[in-house]
Design a protein around this ligand. Structure first.
Ligand code: BGC
Length: 416
């Protein structure tokens, strides 16, 4: 038997109790949410209409049946702030009931719920009064998180406060492509080559640099206050954040190496260093890498992003220094034809295994996303789902790659 034969049967076992599943977010899937900033932006023609999305609000039972069928043992949802707190300080118990039913539906299928309390969308009363530029925004956010924890804390143990503070602030205050559509002069243009940039509005102003850093500071404080609020209201909850890690790396050139070091510090560490003490675990989302000085030509995803799942390993090692349990809260690929997804997932999982062997305390992986959904400024044109959604009939069709993932889940191992 040659070395290659041996390798081809190598089994990469995952730790007992490893969690496998998928992630979704409220506004990208539920449908019918009108009272928030993205819906308002859609009415103004600045982002594509959201409408009924995948109607997940009404179809979660059958969608969780699919997740179960695919072997998932965990699932990440987000709570829609504008449903829970439609007016400042007024909370809607009916919507709390809804999310309790969603959690019960997961429990009934033995799927462990993970809640992200805030995933990009703001209730209108908050966004129109300044959103996270407001000085008191951290307190407002913590009050909302405390309420959610109090109501849902008996039914869910895992909470993340904020999804992706860096893309949120960068797209909102530098590129001007997401609400509140503020742009730093020149920078929106300079970043426009990045696929996904949408030409709209703009309100370019240098003051947005100051606002950008102000919002980042407020988000860090919001997380820290929310951590305490959740802990107080949900005894024994595990609280973390979901942070997008872009892997910046470089060829051998010292200048490029320095640049990569700086960018990793700026994008990942300069935020996490302010909040990791108030994190029981850290969730990371991985989609992007940038190798300075690299001339390689990469295959592209439907988003125009490099097919480079191997970057996840470096991304995981980057957060190892915080000494916390880690979750891959999102990683996935837009691939309408489903001809690269299975390979992409397999390669991601191989990286996870390597990272575990190198000492990362990785606890689980949630693929983005269970089904196709509203892909932010791209609307419904990009398809990340393990499950295809027909937006005319809302019919769901499981893609072949979902079964490849299922096989890995069932073995709790990757065989290659
Ligand atoms: C976000 C998701 C988004 C995904 C793919 C992540 O940045 O959390 O909301 O759909 O990336 O772009």
């Amino acid at each position: 038997m040659s070395v290659l034969d041996v390798r081809s049967h190598m089994e990469r076992k995952f730790p007992e109790g490893f969690y496998w599943g998928a992630a979704t977010s409220s506004f990208q899937t539920e449908g019918g949410i009108e009272n928030m900033d993205w819906a308002q932006a859609a009415r103004e023609g600045k982002v594509p209409p959201i409408g009924r999305a995948c109607d997940f609000y009404n179809r979660y039972e059958s969608d969780f049946d699919i997740a179960k069928k695919l072997g998932h043992n965990c699932h990440r949802i987000s709570i829609e702030w504008s449903r829970i707190e439609p007016e400042e300080g007024k909370f809607d118990e009916k919507e709390v009931e809804h999310y309790l039913k969603v959690l019960a539906a997961l429990r009934a299928r033995h799927i462990k719920p993970f809640i992200t309390i805030w995933h990009f969308t703001l209730p209108l009363w908050f966004s129109e009064s300044g959103g996270f530029e407001r000085k008191d925004s951290p307190e407002i956010f913590a009050r909302y998180c405390g309420f959610v924890a109090k109501k849902l804390g008996n039914d869910c143990r895992h909470f993340a406060t904020i999804n992706e503070p860096l893309p949120y602030t960068t797209n909102g205050w530098v590129r001007g492509s997401w609400p509140p559509f503020k742009e730093v002069p020149g920078l929106g243009w300079a970043l426009a080559h990045i696929p996904g940039h949408r030409e709209i509005q703009k309100r370019p102003s240098w003051v947005n640099v100051w606002r950008y850093f102000r919002v980042r500071k407020h988000l860090a404080r919001a997380h820290n206050l929310a951590y305490d609020a959740i802990k107080t209201n949900a005894f024994g909850a595990e609280v973390g954040i979901v942070h997008q890690v872009i892997l910046f790396h470089a060829d051998g050139n010292p200048f490029n190496k320095l640049l990569a070091w700086f960018m990793n510090w700026f994008w990942t560490h300069s935020f996490l260093m302010h909040i990791y003490r108030k994190c029981d675990s850290i969730g990371i989302n991985y989609y992007l890498h940038k190798k300075f000085g690299d001339t390689a030509v990469y295959k592209k995803t439907d988003m125009g992003w490099d097919v480079y799942p191997e970057g996840l390993c470096g991304a995981l090692l980057m957060v190892k220094r915080y000494g916390k349990p880690v979750w891959v809260a999102e990683a996935g690929v837009a691939d309408a034809d489903d001809d690269m997804r299975a390979d992409y997932i397999t390669r991601l999982i191989r990286c996870m295994h390597t990272a575990i062997q190198q000492g990362v305390d990785l606890r689980g992986y949630m693929y983005w996303s269970l089904f196709d959904n509203y892909e932010l400024a791209h609307g419904y044109s990009k398809r990340f789902g393990l499950v295809e959604v027909d937006y005319d009939t809302l019919e769901r069709r499981i893609r072949p790659s979902a079964y490849v993932f299922k096989e890995i889940i069932e073995r709790n191992a990757l065989v290659d």
